[in-house]
Design a protein around this ligand. Structure first.
Ligand code: DGL
Length: 284
C-alpha cells in the first residue's frame, strides 16, 4: 500500500501500525492484530509517563494524547494508528481524526452491543476505568444498543494498575481482583449477570484470574478481535507471500528501560525494546 506522504516508489515495505495505550493494556489488542495480520509491522507505544489515564480529567487526557501522538506520528510515520485504549478512544478519537485527516485511526469501543446481543439473562455489566464509565459516549452505547438489558456500569481504579504489575512479573493479590470485579455480578429475580464487557484493554491481560475469581461463570467480552478485523479491513488484503513478521518495537514515554521480566513478556508479544527508540515525554 502507498504510505501517507511518501512517494509510491518507496511504498514497498510492510504496512506499519502504531498501537497506542496508556500502558501495557494495548498488548491484548496487539495479540489479535498479530494473529490476523502477521504481515504488519507494529510499533507499540505505551504512555507510561502518564499512566493511568483513568484518573486524568477530560481536558488533560485530550491534551496528553494529542502531545504523544504528535511526537510518535512524526517519528514513526505509521500507515494506521490503533488507539488500543477505551479511556482515550471514548474521548480523544474525534480530536485525533481531525488533527490527522489522512491517517486512519481505529478506536476501542466498549463492546456493549455484542454483549447485549449475547446475553440471555438480560443482565450485562460493563467493567472499565472510571473515566470510561463517566463518558457520554459509553452512556450513548448503552442507550442505543442495550435498551433491552439492565446494564451495570462498574468503574475500577485498581484493575489496570494490577494488570500492569502482573505483566511486570510482580505478585498480584487475588483478593484485590475479586474485590474490583464483585460489583459486576448481579442477581435479580432469579436471573444472574451472564456477560461482562471488558471495556479497558488492560483487563483481558488478567483473563485467567478473572475467570477463576468469578462467583459464577460469565462471558467476558473483549473488543480486541473486532479491532483487529477493523484494522484488517482498512489496510486491505495482505500480500500472499508476506515474510514472517519482524519483531515490533516497544516505546515507553517515560524513557525508562523495561525490567528483565517485562522485556521477556514483550518478546512473547513479538516486541523488542530499543533504547534508541525511547522517547522521554514527561507528563506536564
Ligand atoms: N488500557 C486503558 C483502557 O483501555 C486504560 C488504563 C488506564 O490508563 O487507566 O481504558
Amino acid at each position: 500500500m502507498e504510505r501517507f506522504g511518501e512517494p509510491a516508489a518507496l511504498a514497498e515495505r510492510a504496512p506499519r501500525a502504531l498501537v497506542f495505550d496508556s500502558g501495557l493494556g494495548g498488548l491484548s489488542v496487539l495479540a489479535e492484530i498479530r494473529r490476523l495480520r502477521p504481515d504488519v509491522e507494529i510499533v507499540y507505544v505505551a504512555d507510561d509517563a502518564a499512566f493511568p489515564y483513568g484518573r486524568l480529567s477530560d481536558a488533560a487526557l485530550i491534551e496528553r494524547v494529542g502531545a504523544v501522538m504528535a511526537r510518535v506520528v512524526a517519528e514513526q510515520t505509521p500507515d494506521i494508528v490503533v488507539i488500543a485504549c477505551s479511556t482515550a478512544s471514548t474521548l480523544a478519537l474525534p480530536h485525533l481524526r481531525a488533527a490527522y485527516p489522512q491517517l486512519p485511526f481505529v478506536g476501542t469501543v466498549p463492546a456493549i452491543k455484542p454483549a447485549a446481543r449475547e446475553s440471555r439473562s438480560g443482565l450485562v455489566s460493563v467493567l472499565a476505568t472510571r473515566g470510561t464509565i463517566a463518558r457520554d459516549y459509553t452512556h450513548a452505547l448503552v442507550r442505543d444498543y442495550a435498551a433491552d438489558c439492565e446494564v451495570t456500569l462498574v468503574g475500577s481504579a485498581d484493575l489496570a494498575p494490577i494488570a500492569e504489575r502482573a505483566m511486570r512479573g510482580e505478585a498480584v493479590d487475588d483478593a484485590g481482583i475479586a474485590r474490583e470485579i464483585a460489583p459486576c455480578f448481579v442477581e435479580k429475580d432469579g436471573r444472574r449477570t451472564d456477560c461482562v464487557v471488558l471495556a479497558c484493554t488492560h483487563f483481558p491481560l488478567l483473563i485467567d484470574a478473572l475467570e477463576r475469581l468469578s462467583p459464577w461463570p460469565v462471558a467476558f467480552v473483549d473488543p480486541a478481535p473486532a479491532i483487529a478485523r477493523r484494522l484488517d479491513a482498512l489496510l486491505g488484503e495482505a500480500p500472499r507471500d508476506s515474510a514472517p513478521p519482524r519483531p515490533g518495537a516497544a516505546i515507553f514515554t517515560s524513557g525508562a528501560a523495561p525490567g528483565r521480566r517485562l522485556q521477556k513478556a514483550l518478546l512473547r508479544y513479538g516486541l523488542t525494546f530499543t533504547p534508541s527508540a525511547a522517547i522521554s515525554l514527561a507528563m506536564a
